[in-house]
Structures are given as C-alpha cells and as structure tokens.
Design a protein around this ligand. Structure first.
Ligand code: ADP
Ligand code: MG
Length: 141
C-alpha cells in the first residue's frame, strides 16, 4: 500500500516578486505532488517569527523574518509518497549557489536568505507548519 505524506511549502516573497509562482507550481505538478490547499497572503513580522520559531537563536532570525514579512507569499499543502524528502530534493540546497542544476533554488534563488522556496524538513515540522497555515477543512479530500 502506498503511504502518502504531506508537506508544507512556501513560495517566498523574492520568488513572488520575480513572477515565479506559476513556474514553481508547475514544477510541483510535474513532479507528481498533489495540491491539497493553496493560498496567497502576507504575514507580519510576528507571524513570521512564530513560523520560524525553531530558528529564534540563529543570527539570521531577524533578517529572515523581516524578509518573510516583506511581501506576498504563496503557501501550499502538498501530498505524495515521500513528499518531504522529494520536495527538499526539488528545492535544492539552502544556498542557491550550491544547489543542483534543475532545482527550484538554482533557478530562482538569489542568496542563502532569498532562496525562493520553503519546504518542511521532517514529519513533526510538516505537521506544525501545515496546521500553522491551514485548517483541516481547507485541505482537499
Ligand atoms: P532550509 O530552508 O533549506 O530548510 P534552514 O531551515 O536552515 O534552511 O533555514 C531557514 C531559512 O533561513 C533558509 O531557507 C533561508 O531563507 C534562511 N537562512 C538559512 N541560513 C541562512 C544564513 N546563513 N544567512 C541568512 N539566511 C539564512
Ligand atoms: Mg528548514
């Protein structure tokens, strides 16, 4: 039996500003992710801080949360087998300079901070992140 997994992704403000939303969503679909929910919104600094609370002690926390609240983002709940790892693969390395050819960060990222896309990194963080942005009734059956 197939075990489907869910993950949360964010098209970050830099990629929205570059009109990369359509291209990135196309890559999700071409790579067999099923979109369970999707919305565009802006979050404020406090909301970005809550979302990235695990990074609160990191030197880039302030700058990262300023960036994530600097303009519209698109958040999606995605589902497929092995969704978390497969999305991380499709995203590429955190620093676009070191990301593999063909990855979203290689194509659209411009710095280690402005790297176009977020993806959950584990089951527990995916659960938290999905519930941060989506209520259960908003997810497709
Ligand atoms: P990832 O998004 O690949 O899981 P992390 O969870 O380590 O990476 O970091 C979260 C986000 O913080 C990154 O996507 C990036 O936007 C930003 N970031 C990470 N490391 C740095 C850094 N050294 N300087 C500035 N921003 C960073
Ligand atoms: Mg991370």
């Amino acid at each position: 039996m197939k075990t489907l997994q869910r993950t949360l992704t964010i098209v970050k403000p830099d990629a929205v500003r570059k009109n990369a939303v359509g291209d990135i969503i196309e890559q999700f679909e071409k790579n067999s992710f099923r979109i369970l929910a999707m919305k565009m919104l802006e979050i404020n600094k406090h909301q970005a801080e809550q979302f990235y609370a695990v990074h609160a002690s990191r030197p880039f926390y302030h700058s990262l949360t300023e960036f994530m609240s600097s303009g519209p983002i698109v958040v999606l709940a995605l589902e497929k087998e092995n969704a978390i790892a497969d999305l991380r693969e499709l995203m590429g390395a955190t620093n676009p300079a070191g990301a593999k050819e063909g990855t979203i960060r290689k194509k659209w990222g411009s710095s280690i901070e402005h790297n176009a896309i977020h993806g959950s990194d584990a089951d527990d963080t995916a659960r938290f992140e999905l519930s941060y942005f989506f209520a259960g009734y908003e997810l497709a059956k």
